[in-house]
Design a protein. Sequence first.
Length: 403
Amino acid sequence: MASARLTLGSITLKAGHVQPVWAGHPWVFAQAIERIEGGVGPGDEVLVRDGRGNTLGRGLYSPGSAIPVRLYTRNPNRPIDARLFEERLQAAIARRRVLGLPSEQTTGFRLVHAEGDALPGLIVDRLGDVLAVQLGTIGMKRREGVLLDLLTRLLAPRAIVDRTPARAAESEGFRAGTGVVRGSEVEAFLFRERGLEFRVPLELGQKTGFYFDQRPLRERVEALASGRRVLDAYCYVGSIALAAARGGATSVEAVDSSALALEAAAESATLNGLSGRLQLERGDAPEALAHAGRKGGLELVIVDPPKLAPTRAARQRALESMRRLAGLGCRATRPGGLLVISSCSAALGLFDLTRVVALGARDVGATAVVLERIFQGPDHPVPAAFPEGLYLSSLVVEIGPAS
């Protein structure tokens, strides 16, 4: 084992950049690297060391990335191989079983959450009897066959579908796979969440096909919706709108710009016997919010936009956009009503979201009182040393007139 260790390249960190990695953070940022030794290539295993030569861990190398190394083990003698992957996958499966997943009521959930399950660069969602995977690094792409073999053996899915984003693959130096990579052909994902039936066509490109991270918010909206008129802006496939309808909302208007997403929402509404309680509209979400405000507002308004800050470089622009949306959401909510607003970017976290709601409310002459804070579901675990893993924040806000 010692001789194999010597064949690995190594990356030495600059002084002042060791502490986060020593404490358990799984990323090595480009600016933290002092030197690279040993002829390291794309996707290769590397040892990560401090300036004194102490080994901090072992990871996979992504040249040209802002995060050149993602660590998989703190043991310098532990190879990143099929045995390690199998142990991590089995641990992820067991973790979901403790959460009660899957169950008769819920057959769709996040099965592997990258760093949250000690498998950086790998996301796996279970959607009924089909798995959707994303390979986010060149290191995981090089090990694709091993990973797919393990998923097939451990879970026996009907099919595995590759949903790796093309842009992410390009940035890592490989071509993303598309469609079914193992098993039989799939036209749509069919699964249940909390007893609601969903059918999502493969053509829909967001994430792996569904936003499983918002399950806690959907459950809360369902509990809050009774007797309220609801507007769900950016509704995508209608998962929050369906929860509101089942929860007893007097009316639910759901708006999205994607015709295909709305078709999926309509089909899922039919599957659940909720078509008559849901009004689906193709349109611009900010305009729908503005229109609701001009009409006097509703009792429950949901603003859940797509990621506005994919990188920290886009943070300022995202803050400005979220402030505008918060103002529109406040105006679309009747005094005494509830605004639910979300940010799905770690670059725009809970503090930022709370601040833009305060500013947005001020902009339109309203007051905002935060009643609840909701985060991603427990099938999206977050290592304690990895704050970037907490990327989804939602606020339930009571809107009132200016005081």
